[in-house]
Design a protein around this ligand. Sequence first.
Ligand code: PGA
Length: 251
Amino acid sequence: MRKNIVAGNWKMNTTVPEGVQLAKEVCEAVCAAQDLKCDVIVGVPFTHLCAVKGAICEKMGLAAENCADHEKGAYTGEVSAAMVASTGADYVILGHSERRGYYNESIEMLKTKVDLALAAGLKVIFCCGESLDERKAGTHFDVIKNEIAGSLFHLDAEAMGRIVIAYEPIWAIGTGETATADQAQEIHKFIRGILAEKYGAQVADDTTILYGGSCKPSNARELFAMPDIDGGLIGGASLKAADFMGIVTAF
Ligand code: PGA
């Protein structure tokens, strides 16, 4: 059975004390909530991992927002998957469109990062999604299939079990413009279909597929009600505990 997950992606926001405070508020709310229907994860900057790990309880998961594409060595300023794992983080977010777009992360590089993350014992939240131009040109299905197949389809079924996929249409990220629940469901169903083709129905059924892109308390319920949407990857609305919890409790 696949899990429902709501994961925050803080991006480059908050100082360490601010982040610790936010994580504590979220954790208190998670612990106080009855009957949560989803796992709750916070994705935080590298600098925050250790402190946030100390501020949350075992009811919550912790994610880094990136890791290096090398195992270790002379890569000044980089942070390896093993370093991330050693903070107590459970997950790493890979392939976010901001990393693909601003830092030229290629499908091939992400394949390497996925392998290094899994080898370090991390689970991966793997992001994919099309730009507005790609959607207008009708190539969005191909774009998503290429991103997933190119960086993940070398994995065996056991390794695929440690991947969460996040569909994040670039035109919906931080823009206030959400994909409609039907638009998101169409893509999530497509993703589950390509997983089924490659790995069989069981793996496809067991894979958690999140939606991301201007998800907020007011639209989360409608999105999460869709049969193939198993939760969200939340940017802006994860920076206020009340907004984030409004999404967590939408299940
Ligand atoms: P947003 O970001 O919720 O602010 O649109 C989502 C994401 O980029 O993960």
